[in-house]
Write a protein that binds this ligand. Structure first.
Ligand code: UDP
Length: 403
């Protein structure tokens, strides 16, 4: 399996990964999060656990269980930590803690390294017996509601270390902090190579014409992804360039606003036959892969964003990308080198036209994007980084010459 990344991932990453594997062979590594499927965290864990196991690290993945009330509360905590106004009462915090206590009774928390993902299972730290405990925060907690942050941080600051995706998402917890961006798996259905027949079949399945360049955005129907702004930019471009627009996404089941946004987008698109709004069923990874490969320009015109992994997904496919300058997108797009960052509808329209009118430049930037993803955003790098944090914690205080 790791062998399959040979020739794809940087050699240095694979070498370091194997060296770390030698160090930690036979040791135990536990991951705990709150869902087995759905969302980026689960997706990365599904792909990463087998890599760690292949290194002979005894890796387990546990999922906490809770009632509906627990998940309502944790959704509110999640939103509040991202700055949305929410009220979390003392009873709600008590329930959050109690459900974690019940999970601690049920789960085997013994391991040499324990990576706890996001706020839902953060209170498990109270049941630590041994090992290095690391809190892995996947969300933007740079500007949280103060009282919610104070409460949650009582747990987080008891860990040995905290890991954030982007430095500006972090907050000082008074523990060792590491920055580890997320990643994509080049071998997964969403990112693996596809042959031309499969791509053509997907275009046919969604009745997408192949005679004009396709502008694509793949996103949940969420206002922060700015689907309306994408249509506005497309309409500006259409005055001068022949092209079609594809907005592909799903109305996330845990987002009550998703359906309303989808309706707004459909209304705004009116009956323009060149705007294709595709509502994808869950687990459409190969279709997403095919759409990204068929596109001529890929947008992620977000107004607010977590990391925005769709950008790396498109870059990995050698596509010229345009992204809103927000969240983790500027980490992936080096403006003018691996893509363009935009701050407005007009900016997006301008950059789409620039790509359409300069295919050589678009191709060059797409290639540069792919190499940038190869060096920075593949799953082998992320696995390497997790093991490096564990290594740092175990060797804390030792001279570099002695480890
Ligand atoms: N995605 C998907 N189906 C959809 C829309 C998006 O599977 O209908 C995938 C997309 O390919 C990417 C992930 O969901 O892998 C979205 O991650 P990102 O970081 O871009 O945004 P988020 O949705 O987490 O805010």
């Amino acid at each position: 399996m790791i062998e399959n990344y040979q020739g794809i991932s940087p050699r240095g990453d694979l070498l370091l990964l194997r060296k770390m594997g030698e160090k930690f062979a036979g040791r135990t590594f536990l991951h705990v999060n709150s869902t087995r499927a759905g969302g980026g965290v689960a997706e990365i864990l599904q792909r990463m656990i087998p890599i760690l196991q292949e290194l002979c690290i005894e890796t387990r993945w546990e999922v906490i269980e809770g009632d509906d009330r627990f998940f309502d509360i944790t959704k509110k905590i999640h939103n509040a930590m991202q700055g949305n106004p929410e009220q979390i009462s003392a009873e709600m915090w008590a329930h959050h803690r109690e459900i974690n206590r019940q999970n601690a009774e049920r789960l085997d928390l013994d391991a040499d390294a324990i990576l706890i993902h996001d706020p839902q299972p953060a209170p498990l730290i109270e049941y630590r017996k041994c090992g290095a405990w690391i809190w892995r925060c996947h969300i933007d907690v740079s500007n949280p509601l103060p009282d919610v942050a104070v409460h949650l941080n009582r747990y987080c600051s008891s860990y040995d270390a905290a890991v954030f995706s982007v430095s500006k998402f972090a907050q000082a917890l008074g523990v060792d902090e590491f920055i580890i961006p997320p990643s994509i798996d080049p071998l997964s259905d969403k990112n693996c190579d596809l042959d031309a027949d499969e791509i053509a079949a997907v275009l046919q399945k969604y009745s997408l014409p192949q005679d004009r360049p396709m502008i694509l955005q793949v996103s949940r129907f969420d206002r922060f992804k700015d689907p309306i702004g994408v249509i506005m930019a497309y309409r500006m471009v259409r005055k001068y360039n022949q092209c079609i627009l594809v907005l592909a996404g799903s109305a996330a089941t845990d987002d009550p606003e998703g359906d309303a946004v989808l309706e707004e987008v459909k209304t705004y698109a009116a009956d323009d036959p060149d705007i294709h709004i595709l509502l994808l069923p869950p687990f459409s990874d190969r279709d997403i892969n095919a759409l990204q490969r068929a596109a001529c320009v890929v947008l992620q015109k977000s107004l607010r964003e977590g990391f925005g992994l769709t950008v790396s997904e498109a870059m990995w496919k050698g596509k010229p990308v345009i992204g809103g300058a927000t969240g983790g997108i500027p980490l992936q797009i080096m403006h003018g080198v691996t893509g363009f960052l935009v701050h407005s509808v007009e900016g997006a329209a301008f950059r789409i036209r620039q790509y359409l009118n300069n295919p050589d430049m678009a191709k060059r930037m797409g290639e540069q994007g792919r190499e940038f993803v190869r060096s920075n955003f593949l799953i082998t790098r992320q696995a390497r980084d997790y093991l490096s944090v564990w290594y740092c914690l175990e060797n804390k205080g030792k001279s570099i010459l002695s480890i």
